[in-house]
Ligand binder design. Structure first.
Ligand code: ADP
Ligand code: ZN
Ligand code: ZN
Length: 800
């Protein structure tokens, strides 16, 4: 008797283990690990993943698997193992770990069909009758034939099609190809009547190029009618066929083929160790550290080239917002159709198409956002993570994985290099590179020695002193007017994220910080109190600034809409495009707005952090940052780091072309090191300064952190449970570790659920995950019956 061990699709603690099912005899050959199956579960039938086959079970009464859901496994051995690892690392359910690795189309409701890809006659007699009337049959019609069909699927003569309800209709085009060989074509040509000139042209074409060609294309190429083609089809000389084309989001664009550049000396030095590890098939993590424009992408491209030459595959991760046509063009231009692009703008049908192209080994390179890290390649030769500091590489739902960790785990399996690229690496990564855990590769200067834009810091306190109460400094207004006159373009950048605001003195820039945690206190309007969201410290808003005694001390924050209104008043003639979550929520609107700006339909692009990168337009000569402080004083120990990264990024937007660029940064705290050093683009000094802060306040990379967030509609219950959890965790940890809180989360209520958190800081706690699991298990009953939520984020990036 064969047994399948199945992880069922019920994301809950009690079901987070394998269940044994008997494999019906008829399916014994069919069921394989990594396949999805339908199984009875209580009164229902549900989906599950087969993770293992076995010959015996410790349970006596076993139910039978109803049927498989796929003809081939959707997860290979490596990905099954990766699922185990993800579960351990992120404390998620196994079913969530498996599902996150698959395209959404496989999770959705769909109709499943089997389609024949080869002539009926060439199929085994047993299944020929299935396809007698149609080349497509319903999955339900295939019962009893699955084993035979599976063998065919492995040969590529049949395939399973998932029809996702939305729009998974395959796009098809008519293609024409010759049915005869060269000799046959020649004979056919000779037998044509003298007047059939067009038909002869057509045959000549195929004598020259026997491959199939799209109907419309050959019609226009030879200037012939569809009638001409039809008549040769009737004579059995040519064949007309519908061919499925993938919905390629960039299909309308033609990518000119690019050749590798001869590398500069700096690039040669940086790429050599990478090429060596590819050659020797060694696992290694590199940090490729170089400013924007220093030639990192060219190194990625040439490393991938080497990987392809070895017959292996490559994954390139880029942040969602940099996944622009410009970016894609560089990869498709070099590697053509071997490249698949995965990004969130694709419909789930389109994503599924790209995933299938990977599975069928039609592509060798995947360029995509975070989830592309799970591309089902079997011979990975390199993984590249560009802009490795981007927080979008961390998934904020279960399983809360970081793509960098997954990349390193996969590289261990495949014994291949990982390249992390950035001009402003995370402190964690740079510290590892300095310790030699990662190998540091540096590109010290921009290509062509292009100079960095000049950066001016404007002190907004002085503006106020001189009577300017507006949100635009005089310097910025001048700059704007000058560009409008010269018909050059401007990017105005406003950072507004999160929901909290801090209290600041507009006269001297003083911000009220927590005495214990060195993060800014968050202002609460309802009781006029300020509060620390790490440790719970609380204080009333001071009437006067403790630094300079000014009365201009209050909470701070402005939105993009407000700025747009103000701009309208000061510069009514300026044409403004506003880009924020409100104007870009519709699919494709992000790109449309950018294109409008590129085409010169606006003078000013105003937006939030989503405009900080990817923009590379020659006519942008001024970048203005309205308030560098809003991000500096987020209640987050990474706020200095994020400010530095963002300002460096933004500055990189100006003057990348012939026109010189200028950057104006407005701030109330011009002396803050992250603003000062970002204006000099001095990462090394910033790293030193910030490491000192992290060390003295016990933050990463000196300590690890984990965040527990508890939420429920009843605030008293949330507070008391969080308190119990904090005490329990503390009792299990070593002396070196600290548990901060419980304290209300910075966003203290979402959808009427109150939120409390506690933050764990630790250096070495081998038992931590076990302890945290115990917490989840202990409250399991309340989670199920009382709607309590407990989320645990190991290495969180968002502390809200
Ligand atoms: P980064 O990825 O660090 O921003 P890129 O690889 O995009 O840098 O390089 C910046 C510019 O220099 C690009 O336009 C690129 O085509 C060009 N470039 C890169 N390497 C070379 C080279 N070896 N020779 C000439 N041009 C190069
Ligand atoms: Zn003051
Ligand atoms: Zn504190």
């Amino acid at each position: 008797m064969m047994i399948a061990k199945v992880i069922v699709d019920v994301p809950a603690k009690q079901t987070d283990r394998t269940f044994d099912y008997k494999i019906p005899e008829a399916l014994e050959e069919v069921i394989k690990p990594g396949m999805r199956v339908v199984v009875p579960f209580g009164p229902r039938t549900i989906q599950g993943f087969v993770v293992e086959l076995s010959e015996n079970s410790s349970f006596a009464e076993l139910k039978e698997i109803v049927e498989p859901m796929d003809l081939a496994p959707v997860l290979n051995q490596e990905l099954l193992k990766l699922g185990d690892w993800l579960t351990e690392q992120t404390l998620s359910y196994k079913i969530s770990a498996f599902q996150v690795m698959l395209p959404a189309a496989l999770k959705a409701k769909y109709k499943k069909k089997i389609r024949r890809l080869a002539p009926v006659e060439s199929l085994p007699t047993k299944i020929q009758s299935l396809f007698q009337h149609d080349d497509m049959i319903l999955w339900s019609e295939a019962a009893g034939y699955l084993s035979a069909l599976q063998k065919e699927a492995a040969k590529g003569t049949v395939e399973v099609i998932y029809e996702v309800k939305e729009r998974v209709k395959k796009k098809k085009l008519k293609y024409v190809s010759p049915l005869l060989d060269k000799e046959g074509l020649q004979q056919a040509k000779a037998s044509l009547v003298a007047t059939a000139e067009k038909q002869r042209d057509l045959i000549d074409h195929f004598l020259d190029k026997p491959e199939a060609i799209e109907l419309r294309q050959i019609q226009s190429l030879l200037n012939i009618s569809s009638q001409t083609i039809k008549s040769l089809v009737k004579k059995g000389i040519l064949e007309e066929k519908d061919v499925e084309v993938y919905r390629d989001p960039f299909e309308d664009r033609v990518f000119a083929k690019t050749a590798p550049f001869p590398l500069t000396n700096e690039q040669e030095n940086a790429i050599a160790p990478i090429l060596a590890t590819i050659e020797e098939e060694l696992q290694k993590v590199f940090l490729l550290y170089g400013v924007t424009g220093s030639g990192k992408t060219e190194i990625y491209l040439q490393s991938i080239q080497k990987v392809l030459e070895k017959g292996k595959e490559a994954i390139v991760l880029v942040p969602e917002i940099s996944l622009t046509p410009q970016m894609v063009k560089r990869f498709k231009g070099r590697f053509g159709d071997a490249v698949a692009v995965l990004h969130s703008g694709l419909s789930s049908g389109e994503k599924y198409d790209e995933w299938r192209r990977i599975e069928r080994k039609e592509v060798k390179v995947v360029v995509g956002a975070r989830s592309a890290i799970f591309a089902p390649f079997e011979h990975l030769g390199i993984i590249i993570i560009d802009e490795e500091h981007e927080t979008s590489y961390k998934q904020e739902d279960n399983p809360r994985y970081h793509a960098r960790d997954v990349a390193i785990e996969r590289s261990l399996y495949h014994q291949c290099p990982v390249i992390l690229g950035s001009a402003t690496p995370t402190l964690e990564t740079f510290a590892r590179a300095q310790k030699g855990v990662y190998e540091l590769l540096t590109l010290p200067k921009r290509m062509n020695n292009q100079s960095l834009p000049s950066v001016q810091i404007v002190d907004m306190r002085e503006e106020l002193r001189d009577g300017n109460r507006s949100m635009f400094s005089r310097t910025l207004i001048e700059g704007l007017k000058e560009r409008l006159e010269k018909k050059q373009q401007i990017v105005l950048f406003l950072n507004k994220r999160g929901h909290s605001s801090f209290v600041m003195c507009r006269d001297c820039g003083y911000v009220v910080n927590c005495p214990n945690c060195d993060i800014s206190l968050t202002y609460h309007r309802f009781n006029q109190q300020m509060k620390c969201h790490y440790c719970g410290y609380e204080a009333p808003v001071p009437q006067r600034c403790p630094e300079c005694n000014s009365e201009h001390i209050r909470y701070f924050g402005t939105g993009t809409q407000k700025v747009e209104e103000e701009l309208g008043k000061v510069l009514p003639e300026a044409r403004v495009i506003r880009m924020d979550v409100d104007t870009t929520s519709r699919k494709g609107s992000h790109e449309r707005l950018l294109t409008e700006f590129e085409e010169g339909k606006a003078d000013i692009l105003l937006g939030t952090q989503m405009i900080a990168k990817g923009l590379d337009f020659p006519n942008i000569t001024l970048v203005g940052v309205l308030s560098a402080d809003t991000m500096l004083h987020l209640p987050d120990f990474r706020s200095s780091e994020k400010t530095f990264q963002l300002l460096t990024q933004v500055s990189g937007r100006a003057g990348r072309h012939e026109l010189p660029g200028e950057v104006i940064i407005q701030t109330y705290t011009p002396e803050h090191y992250s603003i000062e050093l970002a204006s000099e683009q001095n990462f090394d000094r910033f790293f030193e300064r910030e490491m000192m802060v992290r060390k003295s306040h016990q933050y990463p990379p000196y300590y690890y952190i984990a965040l527990i967030t508890v939420s429920h509609e009843n605030v008293a219950m949330v507070a008391s449970i969080t308190d119990k959890i904090a005490k329990f965790v503390q009792s299990k940890l070593s002396r070196e570790s600290h548990v901060l809180g419980p304290v209300a989360s910075p966003i203290s209520r979402i959808k009427n659920r109150y939120r409390y958190q506690c933050l764990i800081k630790y250096k070495r706690e081998p038992e931590l995950n076990k302890t945290l699991k115990t917490v989840l298990e202990h409250y399991q009953q309340d989670i199920v019956s009382k709607g309590l939520q407990i989320s645990i984020d190991v290495n969180p990036y968002i502390l809200m």
